[in-house]
Design a protein around this ligand. Structure first.
Ligand code: NDP
Ligand code: OXD
Length: 319
């Protein structure tokens, strides 16, 4: 019986969780966990499958016989620009629970801006009983940028809450009850949007994309008074100095940010203390280790049964 090479795991998040779940994952082949000092010294030349999140820079020279790379998350920007990246399939993480949690975050942020939660928090700390009259969700248009796995689920759940939802993506999508726009129709999309939700991958086209010029194109006469920017895609798609000035000068009425140009967000960033800006530490939808390892096991099983891999990224598009 041939011995299957172990799965290489180089994941730079939640090391305790990864180590715990790895004890029972990949039972038919074992694993090499680069976060483990003993495993770190092992020879990686026989390894065929690697599960990576922000891997070591020398990984591809140490593991020259990889057949498939699995991303530890939905995004692949942490791998795509790496020196020595082999020309093999890259599979991203697509998972029901991750998708659901992202939609929870998006819906929560939209509702917090709709209902003036920041103002409520201030009143509460002052023990003030002050009613705020918010518009109804149906009066507010949420424009979702990126209509992939996460964007489409968020659209569906925002609609359940009653928001008017529109969507924008590189290629036009047909979604029941949702006006959609393609890349060439950006300005028309922005002009209708009160709350902008960013769920775009990071690529050369989306780098530095959310800037003051874009914020100025959002609808200014909607029910919220001023537009709001929400981003859980990637931080390098946003120009944080522009968000700060847009909120200060009233081009934006507020923002919710889960991702940042540099993470962790610097403690001296003005964003931390800005009015009506909600900050979360890139935890809108973290990858859960059990689900992640199961997904990799399932994809390896597909290869061994001669079936095609799922969720392979388009290397030319970069996502
Ligand atoms: P998908 O690949 O399923 O969808 C990406 C969407 O973005 C597609 O609709 C695509 O258009 C669109 N798109 C890509 N480039 C452009 C462009 N230049 N112009 C217009 N539209 C574009 O990705 P997911 O929905 O699964 O994930 C999106 C991103 O969310 C991830 O790449 C990751 O960066 C981020 N993420 C963040 C998390 C967090 O916790 N904050 C957790 C998980 C993911 P088209 O449909 O035409 O291809
Ligand atoms: C992801 C992320 O891409 O957590 O999955 O950012």
């Amino acid at each position: 019986m041939s011995v299957r090479p172990p799965v290489l795991v180089d994941i730079k998040f939640n090391p305790e969780g990864v180590a715990r779940v790895l004890k029972t994952a990949f039972a038919d082949r074992g694993s090499i966990n680069l976060a483990d000092p003993v495993d770190r010294a092992r020879d990686l030349r026989a390894v065929e499958y690697a599960l990576l999140w922000k891997p070591d820079a020398d990984l591809f020279s140490r593991a020259p016989n990889l057949k498939v790379i699995f991303s530890g998350g939905a995004g692949v920007d942490h791998i795509i620009g790496m020196a020595g990246l082999p020309d093999i399939p890259i599979v991203r993480f697509v998972d029901r629970s991750l998708t659901t949690r992202m939609s929870e975050w998006v819906v929560m942020q939209c509702l917090m801006h709709l209902r003036g939660q920041y103002a409520h928090d201030i009143k509460q700390r002052r023990r003030e009983w002050a009613k705020l009259i918010a518009p109804e969700a149906a009066e507010v248009t949420v424009g979702v940028m990126g209509l992939g796995i996460l964007g489409q689920d968020a659209v569906a759940k925002l609609k359940v809450m009653g928001f008017n939802v529109i969507g924008w993506s590189r290629t036009r999508k047909a979604i029941d009850g949702v006006e959609t726009f393609d890349a060439g129709e950006l300005d028309r999309f922005l002009a209708k949007t009160d709350i902008l939700v960013g769920l775009l991958p990071l690529t050369p086209e989306t780098t530095g994309f959310y800037d003051s010029g874009l914020f100025k194109k959002l609808r200014r006469d909607g029910a919220l008074g001023q537009p709001v920017f929400i981003n859980a895609g990637r931080g390098k798609s946003q120009i944080e100095a522009d968000i700060v000035s847009a909120v200060r000068e009233g081009t934006l009425g507020g923002a919710s940010l889960d991702v940042f140009e540099v993470e962790p967000l610097a403690t001296d960033s003005p964003l931390w203390e800005m009015e009506n800006v909600f900050i979360t530490p890139h935890d809108a939808a973290v990858s859960e280790e059990n689900a992640l390892f199961r997904h990799v096991e399932m994809q390896i099983a597909r290869i061994e049964r001669g079936e095609p891999l799922q969720f392979v990224i388009d290397r030319a598009a970069g996502y």
